[in-house]
Design a protein around this ligand. Structure first.
Ligand SMILES: [Zn+2]
Length: 308
């Protein structure tokens, strides 16, 4: 990717021309808008190419740790991460619950939760346990088949802005989803139309301007997922996009995840093989590798917004 290739580009959100080339990869680059600070992948893959990424292999990608950038997408073993993910989700669901009015908008008085990009349904499962009436939308057909074989929650296939929903939702969540959307502003505008008064939108995504993100730069896993990550938000750019699509940000904070220590070591070792050697030498007793740890490196943010 040469600089001349981006000369005619303009920001897909605020239309400002002349972005800077932030990170360069072999056959693509990440550009940054001087106006709103949004970063995006150039060229952006079409829906056809994206369908090839979101298949069965997405949740069990055995080649995840190879050096080849084309293999870095999805999850090594998403099902194995279920317990830890749900542990983290409980905290968020509890927090969202505290932000809602007493009575929800469902027919039985239960609050309604729409999880956009619901994956294998792990978040819906937690929200359901905490008293929500849940519903999901997903772009990966194999994930929909999985959910239908395990749960009774309604889940629809497609791009959210092209679907029809009955009534409004008290909570709309997008966990590690907005960076994958082909037109995030359009999706947020649509979601604004189906959120209940006093409702909440919870968005989890990477903060492209955080100290750690800038420090690690193009070696950061989130930037290297060039088959699926199309947009990269900062606190400033997500706030602006939410403001301009009818939302008001009420809270933004860094969020970490619970990892098995051994898995965490493996993941951060992509930044240098010595990390794995050193960590393995230091972690004693050995069973500690199977223990869980909450790790918050200041890369991911959780954004809570309400309708304006
Ligand atoms: Zn812009």
């Amino acid at each position: 990717m040469k600089f001349e290739d981006i000369a005619g580009e303009a920001c897909p959100f605020c239309s400002r021309p002349g972005p800077s080339l932030k990170y360069r990869f072999e056959d693509c680059a990440i550009l940054r808008c001087h106006g709103c600070g949004l970063m995006w992948l150039h060229p952006r893959p079409g829906l056809e190419q994206l369908h090839k990424v979101y298949d069965e292999g997405y949740y069990q990608n055995k080649e995840f740790f190879q050096k080849d950038g084309n293999k870095l997408y999805g999850y090594v073993d998403y099902l194995a991460e279920r317990i830890n993910k749900q542990y983290d989700y409980q905290r968020v669901v509890g927090r969202v619950k505290g932000m809602l009015p007493e009575r929800g908008g469902g027919p039985d008085g239960k609050p309604r939760w729409l999880d956009v990009g619901c994956g294998l349904g792990f978040l819906m499962d937690v929200a359901f346990d905490q008293g929500f009436q849940v519903q999901g939308v997903e772009f990966n057909r194999s994930a929909i088949r999985y959910i239908q074989s395990k749960f009774t929650y309604p889940v629809e296939y497609g791009l959210v802005q092209e679907l029809k929903f009955d009534g409004t939702f008290d909570v709309i969540s997008l966990f590690d989803v907005i960076e994958h959307m082909n037109d995030p502003a359009d999706s947020l505008r649509f979601l604004r139309g189906i959120v209940a008064p006093g409702g909440v939108c919870a968005i989890q995504t990477m903060d492209s301007d955080s100290f750690m993100s800038r420090l690690i730069g193009k070696r950061l896993e989130d930037f290297r997922r060039t088959r699926e990550h199309l947009y990269f938000f900062s606190r400033r750019s997500i706030t602006r996009m939410l403001n301009e699509t009818g939302w008001e940000v009420v809270d933004i904070r860094f969020v970490g995840h619970t990892f098995q220590i051994g898995d965490l070591i493996k993941r951060i070792s992509v930044y240098g093989g010595w990390i794995e050697k050193l960590a393995k030498a230091l972690v004693h007793p050995r069973w500690l590798l199977e223990a869980n740890i909450y790790f918050n490196p200041g890369v991911k943010m959780m954004v809570y917004a309400r309708p304006k």
